[in-house]
Design a binder for this molecule. Structure first.
Ligand SMILES: [Mg+2]
Length: 300
């Protein structure tokens, strides 16, 4: 797994511990929501929990009690099936009440199984049809620049979304227009609906491709909160081109029994397993961060 070191001050232990606690709660929320449906994109939610904790607690400039505040940074979830992860993060951030998570996926809920902007506070775009998030990000970023706004646009993509030609058209446009208010976050979990990414359509070397498209590219272990914080710290001063943070993540990260599960793209978890999953998550958290404890535990 590739990692990079940055010339920034090391984040404080208190800051990292608070973020690890946030990631733990995000994972727990995702498990609780998953149990209400008995299945879902749990593996991905556990995989991006560290990234979402850092983004929502340490990076985004937003107002949890006013999710439509015009000056907010925009976070675009183009992968609508990751909605369960974003709901968990929005609850952790205080945009949603934790109690509302119990309605996940049920009739009349504001939390449908695929992300929909018209339903959920804090959900900027409707996702699901892949490959559109970065194009929307480009348009939003242009608009914000014309308005003289200092707000930034973040787009979370999956590695499967790199198969979409529209993603690369948008990447060209962002670089052409010098949109340094755009940051793409790519969840490289090496898996997509049809199987391992390297077998479906090879996208490596991912970093070199983004760089060739004119982006400032950084690649980190996406389950290492310290590495994520250092990467975002280094990006704060970047100007002149869009930036991409490529995050290598592990499906199911933090819950050992789910890290090795077959058919991980859409995971079925038996009724009796949810409580065990929560216990494993808590045991792992109490021993140290989810990510650092599981490095190397699963072949990718
Ligand atoms: Mg993937």
């Amino acid at each position: 797994m590739s990692t990079q070191a940055f010339a920034t001050a090391a984040p404080s232990t208190d800051r990292l511990t608070a973020l690890e606690d946030s990631a733990y709660r995000i994972r727990m929320h995702a498990l609780d929501m998953g149990e209400t449906q008995g299945q879902g994109y749990i593996g991905q939610a556990l995989g991006v929990a560290d990234l979402l904790a850092v983004v929502y607690k340490d990076v985004l400039n937003h107002r949890p009690d006013d999710p439509e505040w015009p000056g907010r940074d925009r976070f675009l979830l183009s992968i609508g099936h990751y909605a369960i992860a974003l709901y968990a993060a929005l609850a952790e951030a205080g945009v949603l009440d934790v109690a509302e998570l119990a309605t996940y996926g049920s009739d009349d809920s504001r939390l449908p199984m695929s992300g929909m902007a018209s339903y959920t506070p804090g959900m900027e775009i409707s996702g699901g049809s892949l490959g559109h998030g970065l194009g929307v990000a480009a348009g939003m970023a242009l608009g914000l620049r014309h308005q003289g706004s200092g707000a930034r646009v973040y787009n979370l993509l999956s590695d499967g979304e790199l198969d979409e030609g529209s993603t690369w058209e948008a990447a060209l446009a962002c670089a052409h227009h010098g949109l340094d208010n755009v940051t793409a976050l790519v969840d490289v979990n090496a898996l997509q609906a049809d199987g391992p990414t390297k077998g479906v359509l090879r996208t490596e070397p991912v970093t070199a491709k983004w760089e060739a498209f004119g982006w400032h590219a950084i690649r980190v272990d996406g389950n290492d909160i310290g590495a994520l914080v250092a990467a975002f710290d280094s990006l704060r001063g970047h100007r002149g081109s869009p930036a991409v943070l490529i995050c290598d993540t592990r499906i199911g990260c933090g819950v050992p029994m789910l890290e090795t599960r077959e058919k991980a793209h859409f995971m079925r978890v038996e009724e009796h397993e949810w409580q065990l999953a929560r216990k494993q998550l808590t045991d792992r958290h109490n021993r140290g961060s989810a990510g650092s404890a599981s490095v190397g535990s699963q072949g990718k």
